[in-house]
Each structure stands twice: as C-alpha cells, then as structure tokens.
Design a protein around this ligand. Structure first.
Ligand code: TRP
Ligand code: ZN
Length: 882
C-alpha cells in the first residue's frame, strides 16, 4: 500500500453515506472587485438512525468564515469549530429539517488554482469538480449529496452585465448605485460539483432548439467581447448533439435554457455544470483563419461530450469519485459514437484507437497504472486520466459488442429509467445490461478492477484444408497489484480471400464461443478450427479494436501486405499497414542505435505509396495510413533501453526513403487535393483532403534541398490547417534556416493578440528538433507573451516540450528533465492541478537507456524532495518514483 506523508489515502471500501442529507441550497453571491461575499442557506436533515452525538462535518478549502447561524440564531462558539479546511457543528436537531446559514468571504483575484470561484480575464467563474465547491462555502462536498439550488447574484452592471448560474432564470433587476442582480433556479437535484456561476462583460451568440416533445430551449454561447462570431460552429455542434441524443438514445434536454461560457484560464477542456457548461475557450472559438481542422473536430467532440453529460453524469451521477468512469467512460463512448455518425466511422475509430495507444497504454503499463475503477486515491484530480476516460469508453464499447446493438440499447434504456436521479455505481450500471441482455457480466467486470493492458497472442496453423486459430490472453502483473484473472474478451475477426472478400465460414470445432464475427474468449487460451478448403485465408483479427489489448500476431509478412491492400474492413487495412511500418521503424531504430546499416523495406514503402494514392479510400483514412508513427510511438515499439537519438535518425531516414519511393507521386497528389482559395469548408470530407495534403508534406519536405517552397506554401496558405502544416514542416525540417525564422516572425506578427494561435506558436517551437532546444524553450519562457498562470500557455510551452519533443526532453545530459522539473516547481505554487498533470510526462522514464534513467531519476528526486509541494504534484511524483 502507498504510504503518504499526510496519511490521506481515500479508500473505496470506507464508503458510507453522509449522516446528514441536504435538501436545498439558497445562495447569495455578492461580487465586487477584490472580494466576493457568499451567503449559503443550507437546508439539512439528520438521516434516519443517525445518533444524536454525530456532529455535522462540512468540507472547506482555504475558507474564511464570517458568520454562522442555525435556524436564524447565531451559533454559539462552543457549538462549532471552524478551520479553513473544516466546519464541525455539534448538538444539531435530532430530527426534522433545519437551516444553516454560512457566510464566507473569498478573494477570486488571488485564486490561481482555478478551482472554486476565480477570475479569468476579468470574468468571475467557478470550477467545482471534483472538490471545488468547498472553496466557495463549507459543504458536504461529495457527489452523493444531491440538492436543489437557487442562486442570487449581485454585481456592478458595468463590469458584469451578464449574470449566469445553473438552471432557469427567475428574475433580475436593478439595485441602484450601479449594482444589479439576477436569480437562477435549478429544479433538478444535483451534487455540488455541478454548481456554477459566471459573471462578466461577455458577448453572446443566441439560438433556439425545440426538443422532440416540444420544449423550446434558449441556447447561448458567451464569449470574450468581439469573439461571439467564432462560436458559430460550436453552436451548430450543440444543436446536432441535442438531436443526436434524442435519436440515438431517446434523451431530451430538461431546462428552458442551455448556456455555454468560453473562458481563457481553465484547467481542463470543459465542464458539464447543469445548464451552464463552462469551457476552455479552445473548445469553443474557431474560424478558418485561426483554427485547424483538428481544432474543429475537437470543438465538436467536447461540445457533444459536455452536452451528453446532462444525462450521463448529471441526471445520473456518481455515488463517489471511485465511480468516475461511470460518467466519463460512458460519456466518452457517447461522444465517440456521435463523431462517428457525424463524420466517418472508420476514421473516428482509428483516431480513437491511435489516441488510446498513445496515451492510455503507456499509463496502463507504467508507474501511474490504475484500474478503470480505482479503489484508492490520494488526490482525485489525478484520476481524470486516459484510463478512466478512454479505457472506460472501451469497456462500454465492449459491452455493446458483447450484447449487440439492440440489447445494448435496451440496457441503456433500463439504466436511464431505473437510475434517473441517482448517484450510482458501476455495479448498478452493469446490472442493467445483465438484466436487459440476459447475460452474466461477472467475468467481464474484471475489466473495471484489474489494471494493465492484456496481451492477446494469436497464432495460425493451416493444414489439411483447415485453419486453426489459437488465442491466448495474458495480463502481466503491474504496479497497481490488482488481479491477473482472464477477461471476457470479445474479438471481432474476419477471414479474407485473395480478392478481398470476407469468407462466410462457421467454425467446425473449438473451445471458445463464436457469435457471428465475434469470438468470445473467456479462458486463458482457446482454439478455433475452420474448414477452409485448400486456399489459406488471410486472418483479419481484432477488427475495430474490439478489445483494448496488445496484439501479438505472428502473421506472415505477405499476409500483412495483402491485408494492407485489400482487407474489406478499413480498420484492418490500417492496422496491417501500421504494424508493418511500425516494425520497419523499430528495426531501423535498433539498427541506428547499434551502428548497423539501416534498411527500409521496399514492399512496405510501396504499400505506403499505394495507400496514399488509393482513390477508393476516403482521403482522411489515407492520411492516417501514410502518417509515419511519431518518435514517441516508435519508442513504445522499442519498449526498453530507449535511445531517442537513434529513433530520431531512424524516422528521418524513413521519411527520406518514403520520399525517394513516391515523392513525385506525392507532389502530384498534393496539388490535385489543393482547394481553390476562399473555398474553405470545415466539413469532414474537405478536412480529409487537407489532412492528406498535410500528411504528405513532411515526406516531401524531407527531400527538399531548400526551405523556399515551404515558406512559399506558408505564405500562400488560406487557412490555419494549411498554414500550420507548412510552418511546422519548415521549422521542423529546416530549423536553423532564415526562412523558418521569417515565418515564425510573420506568424507572431499576425497573431500576436490571439491567445489560441499564440499557443500554437509556442508549441511549434518547443517541439523543434534542434540541439539547443532547452536553451530555446528557456528563451521562450522569458518571452513577454509567456504566462505560467494561464494553463493553455503553460501546456503549450512546457507540455509541448515534455510530451512533443522526445529527443529534447530526454536529452542525455538531463537538461531537458531539469528544465521541466524547475517549471513544475514554479507552477505548483500557482496551480497544482496543472502542474501534476504536466508531471505525468515523466511516467515512462524507466523505459529509457541507463544514462537517461539516471539523470531523470535525479531530477525527479530533487523535485520530490522540495518542501511544500502540493498533494497533487507529490502524489504523481511519489507514484512515478515508486
Ligand atoms: N468533468 C469534466 C469533463 O470531463 C472534466 C473535469 C474534471 C474538469 N475536473 C475538472 C474540467 C476541473 C475543468 C476543471 O467533461
Ligand atoms: Zn466528461
């Protein structure tokens, strides 16, 4: 068990309901420059059977108590104890509701943690998940305490003409002396983490939506002054999300208004507060000149995600924070399905899987490993992870695969019907699918409890007209120390003939159940036999990545090459090609490291060229197929004793080899994909063409003798997608050139006042492959536009370097590690949550070669040994070093 300095480990097995229930909260919030006064009138009641001696213990965090009343009478000092972290009241009524009035005074301007009530560019806003409400008032700040809320806001009309809170607007008016007020009422009982208010001088984009049952909903997206025009795509995505949830899951919106506010200083992506979603402005503001197609897709996803939380998260919330995946995994699954329906299903699936392998797999195989439903934590903010979100979504997807679409929908319907208004658990969720699907998910539930990425080993035997598939699963024991029992693994597959058709073959023998195209592997190993006749089929296994496993399939190289060309399943095609390319790069990196001759497989290069030019495939898919794995991805394939310099050289070499194999064709293809100036549309098909153009650019650039054409492309670009692709190639392939410097200066000059574009400018430079990169990021840190207190800017520079510049961060002299460690120490004093998140960049330090391990460990130990680290950062460092 993890030992902690403050002894503060929270355990699932210790869960018990609160002694007191909260029925209603009435808040009066008075906002003034420099101070905010909060008056919370909380209606409480001792739960049945709770002893009279039980005190009421309320959570706080850096609070200043200015007044305390019980049923209208001031509370005598001997009946309570107040510290910034806790308010304890004794001798409260034995039965029946009572009212507690708590007054606190806050200082939003000095709240740099961005949790609780803070100011972002002058706008008052709140962030309460997971434990931020206790920074506003003393409360039973946990998700199983559900109450209705009414909020009255008072502020100067000049600085805050807009006053927003959860629910529906009730009344508003003038208070004289330049002050005004607004009252908001939320009739839906909710946990405190969904509380929100916003006050400021904001512009708005308005629209309307009528739900299937005829409710007229006023929609608004609030932005910084002058930027509401950039919210049009977000508004469109919102309306599409609302329709989709009605059609796909039968879920309607349930208030008269739905408001979204875009904020510049924000710890994460966005927050699903009831009726008042608050967003990092990165996931709202877009136009073709400042945002890439990737940004458009991100906005669509995050808008949908937060909207979908209204049912999966808000109406049905979590009993405790161990159940976080109940809302997050499920809601990610829902937003992925939305994007798949709105754009391209195979392209969406491939990008989700690519992201899962890049983010979640390393987490699941390193020191920060934890089960999808953890059983203990020190700091809950550190569990908003790829494992809870992305692997959590994979588990929901596997339930769908196991049950089939109809029974899955029946299970969801039952979940919504049975648990609406509840604070539920994973067990509650699974029971709905067991009942609606008539199936036992006991073995399946291990996916929630056992940490680590299972390995699925597949081998083929072909003899006497029979193909035998042998499947074996293994879960290596990892850092989390949870079980290694076999999973119920749904494995989607196809047997493909030489013309690229799926063969309709039923197994003739075997010890695993096969249902249509899904093998249910439930034992450690199983064999399945097919009568194939004399021609050996191609085995397309784990289609659509039907289970989140590491696949080891000792497939013949010619079979892979054939599947890369003709698997009718697009995911299978992508995977076959990606596996071949990965293997080629892994071998090249090992050869580079050992000083051996490097060769790049002609057949694989040829397959890449062919895929790029295959007009039968949508361009977005071709873009995914021809993009070589990044350096971090190659490092994962190498696995241990990683030498980032060798990987860098191997990847460079592969780009040049690919250019030599197909450069002329790529140039021609790129020009056929170019769109006429001024014809920008963000739709998926147009974005796909731009993606393919951009994917080919680094290849073409690797063969250029001079950077001039890249500068030309940068200058001619009519949208941010093309512009960023060009300047990235320029700065990454010709970093020292005058052209690169000129482009960077022009880019800065044009977008100097645009925060979101400047973030790209910082990241672009932090990821450049130069030998003096540590010195370069240090210069950028001193740049007047750098602001450690703004999480997007901090992530752009520090995160860009630590996670986007493998060679620089892992420099053998340790300068990269030390620079990041120093930044984390500084940031921790301002914003522990963001510091802790950035610190996860160190999670794979043990996979590097010995000299790097030594300097990484030294930098980590030096940081971990500093005084007054936050619980957030020290939790990550302790686990990373364990
Ligand atoms: N619940 C949010 C989501 O996934 C994310 C979230 C959790 C968050 N904690 C936060 C956002 C703190 C901002 C700040 O949709
Ligand atoms: Zn979420």
């Amino acid at each position: 068990m993890l030992r902690t300095d403050d002894g503060q480990t929270i355990r699932l097995e210790d869960y018990r309901p609160t002694d007191f229930a909260v029925h209603h909260v009435d808040m009066l919030v008075r906002l003034r420059d420099g101070a905010a006064e909060i008056r919370a009138d909380i209606r409480l009641e001792r739960r049945e059977g709770v002893a009279m001696s039980a005190p009421l213990v309320l959570d706080g965090d850096e609070l200043v108590l200015t007044g305390l009343w019980l049923d209208g009478e001031p509370v005598a000092p001997e009946r309570f104890d107040a510290t910034p972290e806790r308010l304890v009241l004794r001798d409260l009524p034995a039965r029946g509701p009572f009212g507690l009035r708590i007054e606190t005074r806050l200082s939003p301007e000095t709240n740099t943690q961005l949790m609780g009530l803070y100011r972002s560019d002058g706008v008052w806003c709140t962030q309460c998940e997971a434990e931020g409400f206790r920074r506003i008032t003393y409360f039973l700040d946990r998700p199983d305490v559900l109450a209705t809320y009414r909020v009255r806001l008072e502020a100067d009309r000049a600085s805050a003409p807009i006053l927003l809170a959860n629910g529906n607007p009730l009344e508003s008016g003038d208070l004289g002396e330049g002050r005004h007020f607004a009252v908001w009422d939320d009739p839906h009982p909710k946990p405190s983490y969904l509380f929100a208010l916003v006050a400021g001088d904001l512009d708005a984009l308005h629209d309307r939506f009528t739900t299937a049952s005829g409710r007229d909903v006023a929609l608004a997206i609030y932005t910084e002054k002058g930027l509401s025009g950039r919210a049009a795509y977000a508004m469109d995505a919102l309306k599409r999300s609302m329709i989709w949830d009605e059609r796909r899951f039968g879920r309607e919106y349930d208030l008269d208004v739905f408001n979204i506010v875009a904020i510049s200083a924000f710890n994460m992506g966005a927050m699903e507060n009831k009726g008042l979603n608050v967003f990092n402005h990165k996931y709202v503001l877009l136009d073709p000149d400042t945002a890439t197609d990737g940004d458009y897709a991100g906005v669509e996803t995050v808008i949908a995600h937060e909207y979908f939380h209204n049912w999966t998260g808000n109406r049905i919330t979590c009993r405790d924070w161990f159940q976080l995946c109940l809302k997050e995994g499920l809601t990610v699954y829902r937003d992925q399905e939305f994007s798949a329906d709105e754009r391209s299903r195979p392209v969406k699936r491939i990008s989700s899987v690519h992201g899962l392998k890049a983010q979640q797999f390393p987490e699941d195989q390193g020191p920060l490993q934890h089960p999808v439903r953890p059983t203990r934590y020190r700091e809950i903010n550190n569990f908003y992870t790829a494992t809870v979100y992305e692997k959590g979504a994979e588990l929901v997807r596997m339930i769908e695969t196991i049950l089939g679409a109809a029974r899955f929908r029946a299970g969801m319907d039952l979940y919504f019907e049975r648990h609406d208004g509840d604070a539920a658990t994973i067990e509650d969720f699974l029971r709905c699918f067991e009942e609606a699907g008539g199936i036992d998910l006991w073995q399946f539930s291990r996916w929630y409890h056992q940490a680590g990425t299972p390995v699925l080993t597949v081998s083929e035997r072909f003899a006497n007209g029979q193909l035998t598939l042998r499947l074996e699963q293994d879960l290596p024991k990892g850092a989390a120390g949870t079980g290694t029992e076999p999973f119920h693994m749904p494995i989607r597959f196809g047997l493909v003939d030489a013309q690229g058709h799926d063969l309709a073959l039923e197994p003739v023998a075997g010890d695993a159940e096969v249902e249509g195209d899904v093998i249910h592997l439930t034992e450690r190993s199983a064999e399945i036999v097919f009568d194939t006749g004399e021609t050996r089929p191609l085995v397309s296994i784990l289609r659509d990545f039907s289970a989140p496993v590491t696949l080891r399939h000792d497939q013949r190289r010619e079979d892979r090459l054939a599947l890369a060309r003709l698997d009718p399943n697009p995911f299978g095609r992508w995977r076959a090609l990606t596996d071949l390319v990965g293997e080629m790069l892994r071998e090249a990196a090992l050869a580079e490291g050992a000083g051996r001759a490097v060769r790049y497989d002609e057949a694989v290069l040829d397959a890449l060229c062919r895929s790029a030019g295959d007009a039968a495939l949508e361009p977005a898919l071709r873009a995914l197929m021809v993009t070589l794995p990044g350096e971090a991805e190659i490092a994962r394939l190498v696995g241990s004793e990683i030498d980032p310099e060798a990987i860098h050289r191997a990847r460079r070499g592969a780009l040049r080899a690919l250019n030599a194999a197909g450069g002329a064709g790529f140039q021609a293809l790129r020009s056929t994909l170019a769109e006429p100036a001024g014809a920008f549309s963000p739709d998926a098909a147009s974005a796909g063409r731009r993606a393919l153009r951009a994917a080919l650019l680094p290849v073409v650039a690797s063969g250029l003798a001079s950077p001039a054409p890249l500068l030309g492309e940068f200058e001619a670009a009519g949208n941010m997608t093309d512009r960023l692709a060009a300047i990235t190639a320029l700065v990454h392939v010709f970093p020292a050139s005058a052209e690169a410097q000129a482009a960077l200066a022009a880019f800065f000059g044009r977008f100097e006042t645009d925060a979101l574009v400047l973030d790209k400018w910082f990241t672009l430079q932090a990821t450049a492959p130069t030998d003096d990169i540590v010195e370069a990021v240090e210069r950028l840190r001193a740049h007047p536009k750098f602001d450690l207190g703004n999480p997007n800017r901090a992530r752009a520079l520090i995160g860009g370097f630590a996670t986007g510049n493998q060679r620089g961060f892992n420099r053998a002299d340790g300068a990269g590690y030390r620079w990041v460690a120093e930044r984390l120490a500084e940031l921790d004093r301002l914003n522990p949550q963001t510091a802790a998140r950035l610190a996860t960049a160190f999670r794979s330090w043990r996979s590097f070669d010995a000299p790097r391990r030594a300097v990484a460990e030294a930098a980590l130990r030096e940081l971990a040994g500093r005084k007054d680290l936050s619980r957030d950062l020290s939790d990550i460092l302790t686990r990373t070093l364990e």
